[in-house]
Design a protein around this ligand. Sequence first.
Ligand code: SF4
Ligand code: SF4
Ligand code: SF4
Length: 189
Amino acid sequence: MQSLADEIDALLPQTQCTRCGYAGCRPYAEAIARGETEINHCPPGGAATIAALARLTGRAPLPLDPANGVEGPHQVAVIDEGRCIGCAKCLPSCPVDAIIGAPRFLHTVVAALCTGCELCVAPCPVDCIVMKPASAVPDAPSAAPPAELNRRRFYAHRERTERRARERAAQLAARKLAARTPAPSGIRA
Ligand code: SF4
Ligand code: SF4
Ligand code: SF4
């Protein structure tokens, strides 16, 4: 059976942008369900999401809180490939893996997958990622990707990130154990 938090989460855009003041859509949904916060803190969802949340929770449809940002046209991230140094620092920050690249290679954004969350902008050490209105970017759809696609891509991204962290921790532990284990007598290390 779905919990109230599940039902609220299903109405959120799943960009994981954190503009609501929470670590992502699910933590915000849980805070609403616990009655700790209002339903008007999600700029990507805007008035439509507030109205849907109001219908679900029976609360008043308040205007979007300007402290969280403003509702605007869909934007996408664009990388100035002439300035990109291939450092790959933007890759882990994208919750939906919309950036393609590898260390020492130029990186690019798949506009159709970009939610406009802006989370890749700050990590770039050479400031070569800018947000642009989707209407000004060839190949970018005019609307943001659907929440369900964002959710699937985010959960896959998180699962992969957590798995890599577990693998790294296991490798580190194995190396430490090997360094502490004395070589058998008669065998030179
Ligand atoms: S999309 Fe809305 S609910 Fe999700 S993290 Fe951003 S502001 Fe919060
Ligand atoms: S490319 Fe940047 S703005 Fe677009 S979804 Fe990824 S992190 Fe967000
Ligand atoms: S963080 Fe900036 S410079 Fe580094 S790979 Fe990404 S876009 Fe290129």
